[in-house]
Design a protein around this ligand. Sequence first.
Ligand code: PTT
Ligand code: SF4
Length: 623
Amino acid sequence: MSYMQFLVEGDMHMYGWNGKFLRVNLTKQKAAVWEYDADMAKNFLGGRGFAAKILWDELKPGTDPLSQDNKLIFAVGPLTGFPLPSSGKLVVAAKSPLTGGYGDGNLGSHAAVQMRKAGYDAIIVEGRAEKPTALLVQDNDTQFLNAEELWGLSSFEAEDKLRDVYGPTAGILTIGPAGENLVKFANVVSQGGRAGGRPGIGAVMGSKNLKAVVIVGVHELKAANPKELKDLGAEAYREILTKPNYAFWKRQGTMSTLEWSQENSVLPTCNYKEGVFDEADSIGGFAMEKIKSSQRGCPNCNMTCGNVVKDADGEESELDYENVAMLGANIGVGDLEKVAALNRLADSLGLDTISLGNVIGFAMEASEKKLIKEKIAWGDYKTARALTKDIAYKRGLGGVLAEGVRFASEKIGGDSNQWAMHVKGLEVSGYDCHAAPAMALSYATCALGAHHKDAWVISWEVKAGREGYGEEKVDKVIELQRLRGGFFEFATACRLPWVEVGFELDWYPKFLKAATGLEMTWDDLHIIADRVYTLIRAFWVREFGKAWTKEMDVPPARWFKEPLTKGALKGAKLDREKYEAMLQTYYRKRGWDERGIPTKSTLAKLGLKDVAGELKKKVELKS
Ligand code: PTT
Ligand code: SF4
């Protein structure tokens, strides 16, 4: 199927998709159902695809992300909620208050499954409630509940109170005090330890006075071929159990990445000065196993990877690699129980752990360099803990860090912009790139800023060779962006069965066919991914207008200027000239011009002609 054929118009009966969005206006306390066309489903698939399309179509350029005019979107895809592996995820999206561009995140939650059972594929939240509110969505009934008693509670406490009323399988999404206080990297929390929306989606929720969303649905999802779907699902779950890495995955989940990162000199250490941490062994996967008490997971998953440990306070904390890399090695804390306590605190306050570890590391370096008066040494757990609370409540230095590392660097000045670790304002995730040009490109061109989610190319790069800046690296970044930043964010299904235990990609077109009745090849799915990636790029360019430059796609200066001083890769740093050439190759392959702006012909080819019309009001478009 060519992609022009793939662009369909008009309505048709849909299977797989519910075909409905719920639009909620908090100012007017009104809700309405919007039946969307089949072309929306087929051309944007779901999840991130829906969110990007809605934000492009409906958000006025220049909208203040924390104003009532921003739109908060919860979106799922055509596989979500079916009895298929790891199909209990949803996307939370909005214009980001941290970056000023497109923002989203992905979390596992009963809310994903319940939204589908309630009959919706997305909930679009508009306006701002006058008082703290919780939204209750039960099929055709939407209620605006007074949440004044929940306001100020931790994300856990708020969820517990709602769960007492709505039961163990209700879909519940909450924010913590950080979201209420509009911390720019506040996220959305669910199930006591699943969290998503790194670019401040929790703050957008807080700005709308929305403390929680509760979803309870009763409908059966309609598949095009229910019998085939059921059989395929059962077979797929069985197949996952046969994978050689399955048993080890169940033991350590993402935590085994800690040892891998240390071995390969990519473990962010002391604000990404180094890629190895002297105390890595005491915070790695094997150390975690010694204090592991249980395991949790997302709905519909037989790979449950939430490693629950007892933290330094004797409380339960759910650990993943990123949490530990950023709140451990990156700030010099080598005691896993303490790292777990910081992680739990972040979850309860509703703060993104990656950005949190990043801004604390930044503050430690600023203190070392005497750019701030506060004293915070590397590894100072006690001060880091106090600072975490200050960030959530915007007190003192915490108030500066709450705006994100880009703002903090502008505020404290000196040479701090050289070691403020972000791209486009989003703090870098847990992989150091002194010796990883492809991973640096992946961060720089991710749809959100410096997130690893769209293209975790580092594992491939370690095998392929660290030094090169060649075309094959660009190709690999794009291939992964199509799959991870594309398909899995549209579906919306967890990508970890594929990434971590080698569950084959061939399964997914079969799932889609059984669910929707549509025959979609990977080529078709890649085209949708390119369409959405280009639309998101257009969103960024529309927001920044003439201020948009290719500098937006360049990783932090530290990786180009200060070589590693420790480990097997001592002396390594990125080469700016070679990086620039690699970036231009990336642009060319994407059909974007030398500034990283989509060309007219690319937009037309991807069925985004109307986007070109809008975009050229802001910048000159090349043909
Ligand atoms: C994701 C980012 C990650 S990615 C981690 S750990 W990772 C951090 N987790 C946080 C947390 O926990 N608490 C907190 N307060 N902040 C946190 N910020 C960080 O957020 C997560 C898993 C993981 S664990 C990963 S890789 C995979 N991510 C997926 C994805 O993005 N898409 C997809 N289709 N499938 C994915 N599967 C895996 O899900 P963001 P979760 Mg997360 C506690 O949110 O904004 O996308 O950033 O959702 O349900 O917790 O599962 O080593
Ligand atoms: Fe959730 Fe882990 Fe299962 Fe993915 S593998 S769905 S993150 S429990």
